[in-house]
Design a protein. Structure first.
Length: 179
C-alpha cells in the first residue's frame, strides 16, 4: 500500500463510520401505507386544477398545488370527509383503482405518471437534451457574498489511477429517455 494514501484512506474510513452512526438518528422506517389507501393515492387534474392524494404522518391528505392541505377521513361508499367539510368522493374502475375524484362536485381525472404501471416516469423536454447538456456544462454556481467553507470535492480518478468509471449499463430508461 502506498503510504502517501494512508491519510486519505483513514479519512474515508472515519467518514464511513460517522455516516453509519449518524443514520441511527433518523429513527425507524415509517410504516407502510395502509393497503386500503393505495388505490386512491395519486395525482388528479381538471384543466389547470391539480391535486395530490398522499399519505403524510399517518394521515391521508388532499394536497392542492397552491399549498392547501385537507386531511381526509373515510366516510361511506368511497366518500371522504375533510377537516373543512369539503366532500371528496372517489370513482373507481373495475379493479378498485380510483380513476376520478369528485371534490365538492368538481371532477378531477387521475393523471397517469407512468411509474404506477411499472413504467418509467418521463418528461417531454422543452429544449433538445443536447442543448441542455451544453448549457449545464458551461454553467457555474452563482456569485455569493459571505464567509463560506472552501469546496472540498475531489475527482476520484485523479486521486487513484486504479479507479475506473463504468457506464456500460447506462440506458434510455430514465426520466428524459436519453443517455
Amino acid at each position: 500500500m502506498n503510504m502517501n494514501r494512508a491519510p486519505l484512506i483513514l479519512w474515508i474510513l472515519a467518514s464511513c463510520t460517522v455516516a453509519d452512526t449518524s443514520s441511527d438518528s433518523l429513527g425507524l422506517m415509517p410504516p407502510d401505507v395502509p393497503e386500503s389507501w393505495r388505490p386512491i393515492i395519486g395525482e388528479y387534474a381538471s384543466g389547470s386544477d391539480t391535486v395530490s392524494v398522499l399519505e403524510e404522518d399517518g394521515s391521508l391528505v388532499l394536497l392542492f398545488w397552491g399549498g392547501a392541505r385537507l386531511q381526509l377521513s373515510a366516510s361511506t361508499n368511497g366518500a371522504f370527509e375533510t377537516d373543512s367539510n369539503v366532500m371528496v368522493e372517489m370513482v373507481a374502475d373495475a379493479s378498485g383503482r380510483t380513476e376520478m375524484l369528485l371534490v365538492d362536485g368538481q371532477a378531477l381525472n387521475r393523471l397517469s405518471l407512468g411509474a404506477e404501471d411499472g413504467g418509467t416516469f418521463r418528461i417531454t423536454p422543452i429544449r433538445a437534451p443536447e442543448e441542455l447538456l451544453i448549457e449545464a456544462l458551461a454553467a457555474s454556481p452563482p456569485e455569493e457574498e459571505g464567509d463560506f467553507r472552501p469546496a472540498d470535492l475531489a475527482e476520484l480518478v485523479a486521486l487513484d489511477s486504479t479507479i475506473l468509471l463504468d457506464i456500460r449499463y447506462a440506458t434510455t430508461n430514465n426520466f428524459m429517455g436519453e443517455i
